[in-house]
Design a protein around this ligand. Structure first.
Ligand SMILES: Nc1ncnc2c1ncn2[C@@H]1O[C@H](COP(=O)(O)OS(=O)(=O)O)[C@@H](OP(=O)(O)O)[C@H]1O
Ligand SMILES: Nc1ncnc2c1ncn2[C@@H]1O[C@H](COP(=O)(O)OP(=O)(O)O)[C@@H](O)[C@H]1O
Length: 206
């Protein structure tokens, strides 16, 4: 995370209405659910399923998906290590969504531990919930919905995560989604696991 700032003579502007007021209005607590894992591990599937489940319960959420951000805000970035780091740094917008009182669901490969930890450090208390999609590379590669693993294996894509680029699994994540007896939980079950966590920790009430 870069700590360089080129802005000088700037002052923080406080408003009368703050995060507690917005949370009260929404009857929920703003937080970031950060989903990390290999391409094809089910990040977007979980993000959408979770968004739908929360919506059904009358909770306001918003999904920031890596692929989607790379169509706009992050379209100038590639997949070199420094670009991936900047990609995650810019996803600091998740913190703003949480401050707005929303349950912000960020789903990005986010392969580097230090980048994810930097995002965690930006959020107060326990408002950063790291979800690790702990799916074997073989499964992700077999799914290959976009054909990218095939391209990576044939050398047509260089620096593909899990093939010839690193992925650092979390050491202390809040939630781990994994196969049970070789079977992946359904999208609804994956979302249910996260919803239970949010419920138990009091995020679904103000
Ligand atoms: N070299 C390489 N490595 C990994 N992924 C690649 C690469 N090139 C393109 N893609 C596509 O970009 C999606 C990942 O974007 P992210 O912003 O989540 O990546 S990162 O967090 O900056 O590592 C990823 O989407 P998901 O499959 O949804 O993870 C791919 O579709
Ligand atoms: N729990 C699941 N059970 C069965 N198939 C899944 C599950 N989660 C994801 N998939 C499938 O795996 C593929 C990759 O999922 P996706 O959410 O796009 O992964 P990611 O966002 O991590 O790249 C998709 O074809 C999706 O339908």
């Amino acid at each position: 995370m870069s700590t360089i700032t080129n802005s000088t003579n700037i002052f923080w502007q406080e408003c009368q209405i703050g995060k507690p007021d917005r949370q009260k209005l929404l009857n929920q607590k703003g937080c970031v659910v950060w989903i990390t894992g290999l391409s094809g591990s089910g990040k977007s599937t979980l993000a959408c399923s979770l968004g739908r489940e929360l919506h059904t319960r009358g909770k306001l959420s918003y999904v920031l998906d890596g692929d989607n951000l790379r169509h706009g805000l992050n379209k100038d970035l590639g997949f070199k290590p420094e670009d991936r780091t900047e990609n995650i740094r810019r996803t600091e917008v998740a913190k703003l969504f949480a401050d707005a009182g929303l349950i912000c669901v960020a789903s990005l490969i986010s392969p580097y531990r230090r980048d994810r930890d930097a995002c965690r450090a930006m959020l107060p208390d326990a408002n950063f919930i790291e979800v690790f999609m702990n799916m074997p590379l073989q499964l992700c590669e077999a799914r290959d919905p976009k054909g990218l693993y095939k391209l990576a294996r044939s050398g047509k894509i260089k620096g593909f995560t899990g093939i010839d680029d690193p992925y650092e699994p979390p050491l202390n994540c809040e939630i781990e989604i994994k196969q049970e007896n070789g079977v992946c939980p359904t999208p609804t079950a994956m979302a249910g696991q996260v919803v239970s966590y949010l419920e138990n920790k009091g995020f679904l009430r103000s």
